[in-house]
Design a protein around this ligand. Sequence first.
Ligand code: SAM
Ligand code: SF4
Length: 463
Amino acid sequence: MSKARKVHVKSFGCQMNVYDSHRMADTLAPAGFTETARPEDADLVILNTCHIREKAADKVYSEIGRIRVMKEEAAAQGRRVLIAVAGCVAQAEGQEIMRRAGAVDLVVGSQNYHRLPDMIARADGGEKIVDTEFPVEDKFDALAAPARETIRQRGVAAFVTVQEGCDKFCTFCVVPYTRGAEISRPVDKIVAEVERLAAAGVREVTLIGQNVNAYHGLDTGGAPASLGKLLRRLSDVRGIARLRYTTSHPNDMDDELIAAHAGLPALMPYVHLPVQSGSDRILAAMNRKHSRAQYLAAIARLRAARGDIAFTSDFIVGFPGETEEDFRDTLTLVEEVGFAGAYTFAYSPRPGTPAAELDDQVPDSEKSERLQRLQALITRHWHGFNASFAGKTLDVLLEKPGKLPGQLVGKSPYLQAVQVMAPRSLIGTVVPVTITDIGTNTLFGALVQPDKASALVAAGAET
Ligand code: SAM
Ligand code: SF4
């Protein structure tokens, strides 16, 4: 039996990192580590990092500075604390991290964290370790499954990575370098993971991947399956009420996936479809391999399959060479689609990517001015989208207690947060809620037929 120790994992960046952080903790459990939310109690602190923009990478070094102080305080009391840097900064900067931050004990790349127990054993012996080679073995095969109780504690909505890496090489993006080439996990392994989650009370699963709709994992017969097929298979898993997927590329929106939106009630009417820019000139310079018209056509096909799909997107402003006219094309695209929300970013040159080498970089002042204009427009659309639900009834998956006594927080089909007064026994059920008030980041509602909902739960019925 291993010595009991505590691990604190801090996640930066995307949902894929959140999933990886959980799997790191699962993999360390058999080695005697339990998770703690308090870094000051930890014997091992793992920073699971993001390299997508310069600011994200900088945050990691300031966080290492904070943890170093804790490590020194613990050492003064005779307690040894290990610091590990994992994820995309680890993958991109490797040895450089050890040089810049001497307090770090180990650096583990995004494809290698299944080897953590062995690395920690070596670091315990005083070795400094950098492991960022892309391995030949499949990390997913080597990872320990989470215990049932751990799944329960993480809640009724879970992420499952089904695809990793990217072969698209947009000229601004580090992902193909930090996460490597596209790989898809086999269908059977994903089904087994989702069945295990469902058996422990998970009701909603979001399939994640840098390019999730490029999924082409092998099915039982050894033939490649599309994301549409995978979703169809998962919709049969008992206990799973809702399925989602993110993030998609417009070029990989194939007919099977669109048909899944038309035919699978469990697939939620919400699609995050990054476009980055509304200007064909900039889309070409970004190597997005689709035009504005092709993006709009993908949206139209999805809307024809299911009219109520809410769309969100990612935008980059101030890509090298972007003129005011190009930027206006982005604004008109936003008006044309009517997004329910979007993430907006000022272009951040990333070392090693083609766009960072371009001469016509846009000045920071122009980037922030455009960012503000775009954000104002998107906020208007987002608030308009939310306001359109006043007085309507939405199916809400109740996920966890809210801030007020007696309050629960859940999600609408369109991924809006909804707060409602409801008994705790309803956590994990999908209930109809009438929207009574629209907040900035959340909708407020009241249970429709609260007595009937409670009775359903008492009878153990599936909603
Ligand atoms: N695979 C997705 C796609 O096809 O768009 C997105 C992946 S990336 C992790 C998330 C978002 O970060 C991108 O959609 C883009 O808007 C933004 N991003 C990536 N590189 C960036 C950069 N160099 N500067 C600013 N934003 C960037
Ligand atoms: Fe990056 Fe997405 Fe482009 Fe791949 S498709 S290079 S992950 S922005």
